[in-house]
Design a protein around this ligand. Structure first.
Ligand code: P6P
Length: 352
């Protein structure tokens, strides 16, 4: 049987794809892979290690932090600190950005935005959770990093990826030359290439949205849900509804099977729930590289102008034809939100 290619071998083989000094991206991805293996062990044994449950603290979003959230955050930040390539970390678990000032990092060029453990509400009930990361390069050559170097558009990402801690643990990433998936072989402690050149089907039969909020959705979203539920053999409808409640798991399923995930704006959350820098942008980069589409219902996610670290965005992400259909519904039935979304995308302040 052919020996599977490890993540490390693959990164070295592909590092000529990377426009900067060859070893830099390799070391960054290596560092993230190391932390992923450590977090994987904790996630798999959470029930036995007494690290399930609430930490008794809240993150900047006002969400109760789980002990595993904090543990994962510590592991990724220390792996990046020790690797020496990262100068700034933006994390869902830290109010402000973390400046990496270790001696080894004094010439570091890279900014990493990360959700160390997405879907944490699922931890206690043993449902898949994930890590999401985004890699940017600082614009200034050295010295203190300015905030506008951190608030870069998604199109500026040099790499992005996710780890899904599910029935198996996978690391999926892109550097802008396609998407490749690696499955953790715990017998040798290596991520091995299992899903080369991942492509999302152009259409699918799965729609993924929390229909519990139906009454608060924009009319365009309501109309799209109705469209998914109509009987029509020619277009394989009604579609199937699947909602894991873990962004990474729902999007990963759709990349494999085809489908659409929607977390729209609602009356309570006009900006949506998912965060632009370390959830929407990284997965939008992945999905576009796999042949899919990611928008806020009107604007390409990767073109949205970030104006704060923990900014949220509505997201429609998945198979091209399904997202385009949903965008048509938004255009026809929810034009008023379009103005707000277009304004946000152009970073124009809306006077109250
Ligand atoms: P709701 C998990 O807490 C998360 O941030 C995403 O992973 C997931 O897609 C979403 O929230 C689920 O939110 O409101 O449907 O429970």
């Amino acid at each position: 049987m052919a020996v599977a290619k490890t993540l490390g071998q693959f990164i070295i083989e592909k590092q000529s794809d990377f426009p900067y000094k060859k070893g830099e991206i390799s070391r960054l991805l290596r560092d993230l892979g190391i932390a992923a293996k450590i977090v994987n062990k904790a996630v798999n044994k959470a029930g036995l290690m007494g690290i399930l449950g609430e930490a008794g603290t809240q993150n900047v979003q006002g969400e109760n932090q789980k002990k595993l959230d904090i543990y994962a955050n510590q592991q990724f930040i220390s792996a990046l600190k020790n690797g020496g390539e990262c100068c700034i970390v933006v994390s869902e678990e830290n109010d402000d950005f973390v400046y990496i000032d270790s001696e080894i990092s004094k010439n570091a060029k890279y900014i990493v935005a990360i959700d160390p453990l997405d879907g944490s509400s699922n931890i206690d009930v043993n449902v898949s959770v994930g890590t999401v990361f985004s890699i940017y390069r600082r614009k200034s050559p050295a010295g203190k990093v300015a905030i506008d170097e951190i608030l870069q558009k998604g199109t500026e990402q040099l790499a992005s990826g996710y780890i899904i801690y599910g029935s198996s643990t996978m690391l999926v990433y892109t550097t802008g030359k396609g998407v490749n998936g690696f499955t953790l072989d715990t017998s040798i402690g290596e991520f091995c290439l299992s899903h080369p050149d991942m492509r999302i089907p152009v259409t699918g039969q799965v729609y993924s949205i929390n229909e519990g909020y139906y009454s608060h959705f924009p009319e365009g979203v309501k109309q799209y849900i109705k469209y998914c539920q109509v009987e029509d053999k020619d277009t394989y409808r009604p579609y199937t509804s699947r909602y894991i409640g873990s962004f990474v798991a729902d999007v990963h399923r759709n990349i494999i099977q085809g489908g659409i995930f929607i977390y729209p704006s609602t009356a309570q959350a006009p900006g949506g729930k998912l965060r632009l820098l370390y959830e929407c942008n990284p997965l939008a980069f992945i999905i576009e590289q796999a042949g899919g589409v990611a928008s806020d219902g009107y604007n390409r996610i990767l073109e949205l102008e970030p104006y704060e670290l923990h900014q949220r965005s509505p997201i429609f992400i998945g198979s091209r034809e399904m997202v385009k259909k949903a965008e048509e519904m938004m255009d026809s039935f929810s034009p008023q939100i379009k103005y707000v979304s277009m304004v946000k995308a152009k970073n124009i302040n809306i006077q109250p």
